[in-house]
Ligand binder design. Structure first.
Ligand code: 1CP
Length: 355
């Protein structure tokens, strides 16, 4: 596996020196880009877009054609895994839904780990194709949902319930929740390892809803299973370490524990200062984040000011910082605002290092 020509992102994840802070954005390929909407319209549905390796590759590369980003992310979704488990993913006006949510004990007992080279073959093909199209320019990030975040969607089956069903099950039938989570953990481990074998340079676990749990429940129902996954991942390929990033949205209170789960980097949302996070865990892991995505809706002057503030807060000498948002790019973001952000990160972080 050859190192990409620009490996700044990989070096930053491993807390090695870099000339500037690398930057990529969660949801960098998505609905704020007119060219994405165009492709999506041509295909019809979002799941069909994910299931076509050549179109998934096309949209993954769209933001890289516009901006000087330091990494590409596989175009797919965290919900491909429960879909491959047979739950029947579809999208309504409100968001992702499952035709057969996990509500009965029987269905939970029958849940099985999907073969990543069977029903998820299209994801591995998208990895191969995207990696080939990148032609050694920048690294490709693979990803999956955390077992808990996947369970939120699998049990609720529709958006907007604030996870009432799953949280009730946690307190009434923790045995059933553990059964779902251990199946998910095994499925995600195999899925991410298959992505690594297909060519991704780094992997990220999205624990988007872990922050809705109490501290004790987070430890038992989310963190424990992410730790299990990290323990089962391929850590090196062709002599190169495959760095891993864990992002628990709303996990700011638990950074020390998350930093000890076996990941190389922590994703931060915008509710915690990156300087304070660095003082707490920066000797152990790299940090990725943490600009409020709403900043991108504001004026270019505000974007420059707030971007510099995150870089200043992280502080010198600047190793171990991957610049990102604290969550995904909003679909209402003007595309030219993203260019302001990316250029500011590169230029200002380079200047800080030269001081
Ligand atoms: O075109 C459309 O209507 C679909 C919009 C869309 C897109 C572009 C969805 C539906 N998913 C995606 C792509 C996606 N999702 C990527 C790859 C693109 C990139 O990052 O550039 C990734 C990494 C995800 C991950 C994902 N999907 C998460 C974790 C990150 C997060 O946002 O918290 C979650 C929770 C999902 C579920 C999901 N998929 C789509 C929606 C609308 C949702 C519900 C959550 C949400 O609204 O953010």
């Amino acid at each position: 596996m050859n190192r990409p020509a620009n490996d700044t992102f990989l070096r930053a994840l491993l807390r090695q020196p870099t000339e500037y802070a690398p930057v990529w954005l969660m949801r960098q390929a998505g609905r704020y880009l007119p060219e994405y909407c165009e492709t999506r319209k041509r295909v019809g549905s979002f799941p069909d877009l994910c299931k076509s390796p050549s179109l998934a590759c096309e949209v993954a590369l769209q933001p890289l054609a516009r901006y000087r980003l330091d990494a590409a992310i596989l175009f797919s979704d965290i919900l491909t895994v429960p879909d491959a488990m047979g739950l029947g993913l579809y999208f309504s006006e409100k968001g992702p839904c499952f035709e057969r949510p996990l509500r009965e004990e029987r269905a939970i007992r029958d849940l099985a780990v999907p073969d990543p080279h069977g029903p998820l073959r299209y994801v591995m093909d998208a990895v191969t194709e995207t990696r080939r199209a990148l032609a050694g320019s920048v690294p490709l990030i693979g990803f999956a949902g955390s077992p808990f975040t996947l369970a939120c969607y699998m049990v609720e089956g529709e958006p907007g319930s604030e996870f009432a069903r799953l949280k009730t099950m946690i307190y009434d039938r923790p045995d059933l929740v553990h059964r779902i989570l251990s199946t998910n953990a095994e499925a995600v481990t195999e899925y991410l390892n298959a992505q690594i074998e297909s060519g991704v340079h780094a992997v990220m676990l999205f624990d988007s809803w872990g922050g809705c749990l109490s501290e004790a429940a987070y430890r038992e129902f989310s963190l424990a299973y992410m730790r299990r996954i990290l323990g089962g991942l391929i850590r090196e390929r062709d002599g190169q370490r495959i760095p891993s990033i864990v992002f628990t949205k709303g996990g700011g209170l638990w950074l020390e524990e998350i930093a000890a789960c076996g990941c190389d980097a922590l994703g931060l949302d915008w509710t915690i200062g990156i300087g304070a996070a660095r003082r707490r865990v920066g000797e152990r892991v790299a940090l990725q984040g943490n600009l409020d995505p709403s900043v991108l809706l504001a004026s270019p002057d505000a974007i420059i000011r707030e971007t510099r503030a995150v870089l200043d807060d992280f502080g010198a000498p600047g190793t171990g910082h991957v610049f990102n948002l604290g969550h995904g790019v909003s679909r209402f973001t003007p595309p030219e605002h993203v260019a302001v952000l990316v250029d500011t990160v590169h230029d200002y972080s380079r200047r800080l290092r030269e001081k």
